[in-house]
Design a binder for this molecule. Structure first.
Ligand code: GFB
Length: 311
């Protein structure tokens, strides 16, 4: 991939796609192909095929997806499985038909079994039952990994699959119902502080453990692997460290300066108890995450304060 290669970022306005766009622009890749969802509906097979036929991208970052936090996954499983399957199938197959040189597919750590041995190695895939709150999404993402592997095997393509841990950063979704935990907590603590509320409600028991990766680190790893990796097996991307939701809430409280208390709502699901990725494969290739959790939350908090609705 060189600076004048034609590179398509699918989903360039989302959390991951916008970080990829920042990264590729900062490295002076000058021939980027971008379409908003209004311009190209990736669920429509004929439209996607026509787009690839006319635009002829050489490299594809597949960052378009229907995503959400635990509540959204649990509430809208039909949309999560249908939209993700369609997006993946259309882009991967059209990439094959139009002769894309290399494609990078983004999965998620929720593809691994609920009770996988920790930290989770890549070979835990399909070794056990999934976490029910995000099974539909996970099965769609597993299908994407299998598509990449199958096309490589049968057609000799160069499609790679990355499994990032829980991501956060600028351009995230801060909707309280549908967001992931970090943007939801940042918004809850900011609003509680502004409205002088006595406490903030955190879903679940606070005991689940999660690993968080700042999205600009994921973009850096993606470019690194696009250049340096060509295997068919998935590669975990994370920091190798996790934190309880309770301690995460305390960290967000400190960063936002909220003075009140924290209440846990046990009627909300905890989801999987722990999903810490084993990142030794990635580290052995020479890549490591750079942004510490506290620093990343601070950067995301600052972004939110400057970009939240009503600003
Ligand atoms: O980030 P999150 O929604 O997703 O929730 P998952 C992580 C943990 O934070 C859960 C707790 O134990 C939640 O109960 N939590 C506490 C909260 N307060 C809140 C809150 O205000 N909002 C949210 N959203 N959570 C998702 C999957 O699982 O992870 C997706 O559903 C995807 O498929 C994503 O894989 C990375 O880590 O549980």
């Amino acid at each position: 991939m060189d600076k004048s290669s034609r590179i398509y970022i699918a989903g360039h306005r989302g959390l991951v796609g916008s970080a990829l766009l920042r990264k590729l622009r900062s490295e002076r890749y000058e021939n980027l192909v971008l379409r908003t969802s209004g311009e190209l509906d990736l669920r429509e097979q004929a439209a996607v095929r026509e787009f690839f036929r006319t635009e002829r991208p050489e490299y594809v970052f597949l960052a378009a997806a229907r995503v959400g936090g635990i509540h959204a996954n649990n509430s809208f499983p039909a949309q999560f499985i249908y939209e993700n399957l369609m997006i993946e199938a259309n882009i991967i197959h059209s990439s094959y038909l139009s002769g894309v040189k290399k494609l990078l597919f983004l999965g998620s750590s929720c593809i691994y079994p609920k009770f996988a041995p920790q930290p989770i190695k890549e070979n835990s895939l399909l070794e056990g039952k999934l976490e029910p709150t995000n099974q539909a999404y996970a099965i769609a993402k597993i299908a994407g990994i299998e598509m990449c592997r199958s096309y490589n095997t049968q057609y000799g393509t160069g499609y790679i699959s990355l499994m990032p841990t829980n991501l956060y950063g600028p351009e995230d979704n801060f909707d309280l119902e549908n967001a992931h935990v970090l943007p939801a907590l940042i918004r809850k603590f900011v609003e509680a502080g502004r409205e002088n509320r006595p406490d903030v409600t955190v879903w679940g028991t606070g005991s689940p453990m999660r690993e968080f990766l700042y999205v600009d680190d994921l973009a850096d790893a993606s470019l690194f692997l696009m250049k340096n990796y060509s295997g068919s097996g998935p590669v975990n991307i994370g920091t190798g460290r996790d934190i309880s939701i309770r301690d995460l809430a305390l960290m967000v409280k400190k960063i936002t300066g909220f003075q009140g208390g924290i209440v846990f709502d046990n009627s909300k699901p905890d989801g999987t108890p722990r999903k810490l990725l084993d990142v030794s494969l990635l580290n052995s290739m020479g890549w490591q995450a750079m942004t510490g959790l506290e620093e990343g939350i601070r950067l995301t908090y600052e972004w939110y304060m400057q970009n939240r609705p009503g600003k």
